[in-house]
Write a protein that binds this ligand. Structure first.
Ligand code: ZN
Length: 135
């Protein structure tokens, strides 16, 4: 298993319309796109910084995990995502070594990625995503 970089940092926001101008206009990050990921009940804006990205997450339903996160913690950093070369292999290795996975099989993320979350109990309280790009 090999992590290749920090792919992105996920930030929970109440509203993309309110949060986006800071990143796009004040910090001058390039907006890669906005996409609804229905499976995860979020609207996602991806902004580029060099090889990494900032992922802004807005809930699209009241039962969205992001809506629950916002209720508990308010807006802020939600998760860290590391890029892996082979997500199935990474999940298998982590499970074999005793890590708890939220996703035991990869699910679809934004922009054609495949993702899996490691349980915060196995990652010192930091919600950690593994992410494999489609290309
Ligand atoms: Zn993410």
């Amino acid at each position: 298993m090999k992590l290749t970089k920090v792919n992105h940092i996920g930030i929970a926001v109440k509203s993309l319309a309110e949060a986006l101008p800071f990143y796009r206009d004040n910090l001058r990050m390039a907006l890669q796109g906005i996409e609804e990921v229905v499976e995860q009940k979020v609207k996602v804006a991806m902004l580029e910084i060099g090889e990494s990205k900032i992922e802004l997450l807005e809930p699209i339903t009241p039962d969205s995990p992001i809506a629950k996160f916002l209720e508990k913690n308010g807006t802020g950093i939600h998760h860290l995502a590391y890029e892996v070369e082979d997500i199935e292999a990474a999940i298998a290795v982590l499970k074999a070594e005793g890590s708890r996975m939220i996703d035991e099989t990869p699910r679809n993320g934004a922009h054609g990625t495949r993702i899996a979350f490691i349980h915060p109990k196995s990652s010192n309280g930091v919600l950690t995503e593994l992410c494999q790009c489609s290309h």
